[in-house]
Design a protein around this ligand. Structure first.
Ligand code: FE2
Length: 241
């Protein structure tokens, strides 16, 4: 069976703008599991201006993981964060306000859609120099990157992993965005495709559809790399269980 690893989602309930209740979170997990997802990293938003909201993620993670272990013994769950870039990430990490992915040295970093391309690249370089490896969340969401896809190539040359949202790859966010994603896929500069799931209504955030699209366009090995091997590696997990 084809398995998927989702390294970016907002399924952990009550800690950000994703699932609000345990019922919503269960619905998202059930849907992901049915479509083949076997590893999930919860990545609640971390915005330094709204720090209180993300408090309590560890405790909710422990409670929810214990429940899900009973229902889905072969589902691996981890905790991380999607960190809105700010100047004092090191201090936020040090006091436990946000965290790397699954205890690794990888940080999932997002920017604002209109942030300047050169600013995004130099900020990520700064994180790299500090001893962490940033992963750029949903590269297709930044207007500067859509205008200049070469920025993504620059990041790949510096070994900064790029993540795309599955909905963008399959066309759910429009033709222009899909074209950009496919350009990056063709260049081989994408490290992982993830759901960024927030809401059970978004059934098109499922990884199986994206997997089929990449399989069809670029082949099975590439699809397996983007939907399982690389995201597992970024979470510090072996390719096999
Ligand atoms: Fe996200």
């Amino acid at each position: 069976m084809t398995r998927f690893c989702d390294l970016h989602c907002h399924i952990l309930y009550g800690v950000d703008d994703g699932a609000q209740t345990v019922e919503e979170a269960r619905a998202l997990i059930d849907g992901a599991y049915r479509s083949g997802t076997r590893t999930i990293c919860f990545t609640p938003h971390y915005n330094p201006l709204r720090e209180l909201q993300s408090a309590g993620a560890e405790e909710t993670f422990r409670t929810f993981s214990a429940e899900l272990k009973e229902k889905y013994p072969d589902l691996t769950l981890c905790l991380g964060a999607e960190i809105l870039y700010h100047q004092r990430i090191a201090a936020s990490l040090a006091r436990g306000a946000c965290r790397p992915l699954n205890g690794t040295r990888y940080l999932l970093i997002e920017f604002l859609p209109d942030d300047d391309g050169a600013y995004i690249v130099s900020s990520l370089e700064g994180i790299l120099a500090s001893g962490y490896t940033p992963i750029l969340a949903h590269a297709e969401r930044y207007n500067s990157f859509l205008r200049r896809p070469k920025l993504a190539l620059e990041l790949a040359e510096k070994d900064i992993p790029i993540q795309l949202n599955v909905r963008s790859v399959t066309g759910g966010n429009g033709k222009k965005v899909k074209k950009f994603c496919h350009k990056l896929l063709k260049k081989g500069v994408v490290a992982a495709i993830a759901s960024d799931a927030h809401d059970p209504e978004y059934s098109d955030a499922k990884l199986d559809e994206g997997y089929r699209e990449v399989f069809h366009r670029f082949g099975e090995d590439y699809a397996d790399t983007l939907f399982w091997k690389m995201p597992r590696a970024l979470l510090g997990l072996d390719e096999n269980d």
